[in-house]
Design a protein around this ligand. Structure first.
Ligand SMILES: NC(=O)c1ccc[n+]([C@@H]2O[C@H](COP(=O)([O-])OP(=O)(O)OC[C@H]3O[C@@H](n4cnc5c(N)ncnc54)[C@H](O)[C@@H]3O)[C@@H](O)[C@H]2O)c1
Length: 355
């Protein structure tokens, strides 16, 4: 019989989207607790839970972590609270899900990896945007070799944020939000980029703050040399009139392009254009082995359940979140110094302990 894991969702902002993801998998998960200091917000979210009765807990404290009827702590707290919250949950014997950005430095993620090893629990970072059937088709073309050599990719994170968004005080700050548009917003598309193209070898970047009176960057551009020798060009702004998250990848045999809808950029419809002499019949055959399923949070959580049952790696690993944080670290260092930065970054890098 399939085991149903009992979950406490901590933080009732984006936690609402997590609840939708668990609600879509009622045979696999039971959201038993919503924890938020804002108990009215927690109660409103608890009322959205359809997996079974759901209680409200006011603070992320030892009493919550001591509950033996909770298997998974799902952390949707502001970024500066993640590292400590994760560590406490792992040490309390819980498996942990945590929102992006996982933590605020390579040193912190390395320390957490040690806690994961020590406790034997599973920590799954959230990158739900990666779980889309369009991106899955693109990955199929890459993995099968059908796409051929990658030439160039562009990743546009062109979003819109105004003063209303910054009413929540941790946003736009280094101390509490840990970074700006590259860390908080473009992180999803850049994760999709590396999920498709693989690791980054070298970066250069420029960043500035022009849209809102905040401490962190809200505009910037970067050029990446990928480990396979291809080039990726990233553009990021929170000052666009419309909102676009679009990945476009030009390869030897095909050009692949997402449709650009924010938070849904990996979902269908993706466009695949065969490059002559390849034709539509070739493309149809090349795409025929790709599989489709649930998307977004629902898919990431479904795959997480499978990994917990099998004792295998979760669908997003700490190593992948580390790679994302390493890219961010390199980008911030490149933007600050004007230097080109080679990866991997070593523990003696000036930004290893934070940017
Ligand atoms: N994956 C995505 O697409 C996505 C989208 C938005 C936000 N996020 C991430 O999710 C996290 C939360 O963002 P948000 O926009 O929901 O923030 P938010 O500020 O709206 O919500 C955080 C909640 O945590 C509660 N809280 C703070 N300290 C607490 C404590 N000690 N105990 C209990 N509750 C406490 C607050 O009352 C608040 O309701 C951030 O890391 C953010 O980057 C991810």
């Amino acid at each position: 019989m399939t085991r149903r894991y009992r979950v406490a969702v901590v933080g009732a902002g984006i936690g609402a989207k997590h609840v939708e993801g668990y609600n879509a998998n009622p045979a696999l998960f039971d959201v038993a607790v919503i924890c938020d200091r804002d108990t009215a917000r927690a109660a409103a979210l608890a009322a959205q839970v359809t997996t079974g009765p759901c209680a409200v807990h006011a603070d992320y404290d030892d009493a919550l972590l001591a509950r033996t009827d909770i298997d998974i702590i799902d952390i949707c707290l502001p970024p500066f609270l993640h590292a400590d919250a994760i560590s406490r949950a792992l040490r309390a014997g819980k498996d942990v899900v945590c929102e992006k950005p996982l933590v605020g430095s390579l040193a912190e993620v390395d320390a957490l990896e040690a806690v994961v090893r020590e406790t034997g629990r599973t920590l799954m970072p959230v990158f739900q945007v990666r779980f889309g059937n369009g991106l899955a088709r693109a990955q199929h073309l890459m993995r099968s070799g059908a796409a051929g050599k990658v030439y160039l990719a562009t990743a546009q994170t062109h979003w819109s944020r105004g003063s209303d968004y910054y009413q929540i005080k941790w946003r736009g700050t280094r101390a509490y939000g840990l970074g700006g548009a590259f860390l908080g917003h473009a992180i999803h598309l850049h994760d999709m980029l590396t999920a498709l193209l693989g690791p980054v070898r070298r970066v250069s970047a420029m960043m500035t703050t022009r849209v809102n009176p905040i401490e962190t960057e809200d505009c910037g551009g970067a050029t990446l040399e990928m480990a396979d020798g291809s080039i990726a060009v990233l553009s990021v702004t929170l000052g666009s009139a419309d909102e676009v998250s679009r990945l476009r990848v030009m390869c030897e045999n095909v050009t692949m392009e997402g449709h650009g809808e924010v938070y849904a950029s990996s979902k269908e419809p993706w466009h695949f254009i065969p490059k002559a002499p390849k034709d539509q019949a070739w493309l149809d055959a090349a795409l025929s082995g790709a599989t489709a399923g649930q998307e977004g949070f629902a898919r990431q959580f479904e795959d997480f359940h499978q990994a917990l049952e099998a004792g295998s790696a979760p669908p997003v690993t700490v190593a992948e979140a580390r790679a994302s944080l390493e890219l961010i670290t390199a980008l911030y260092y490149a933007a600050k110094t004007g230097e080109r930065v080679d990866l991997p970054l070593r523990p003696d890098h000036p930004f290893y302990h934070g940017w």
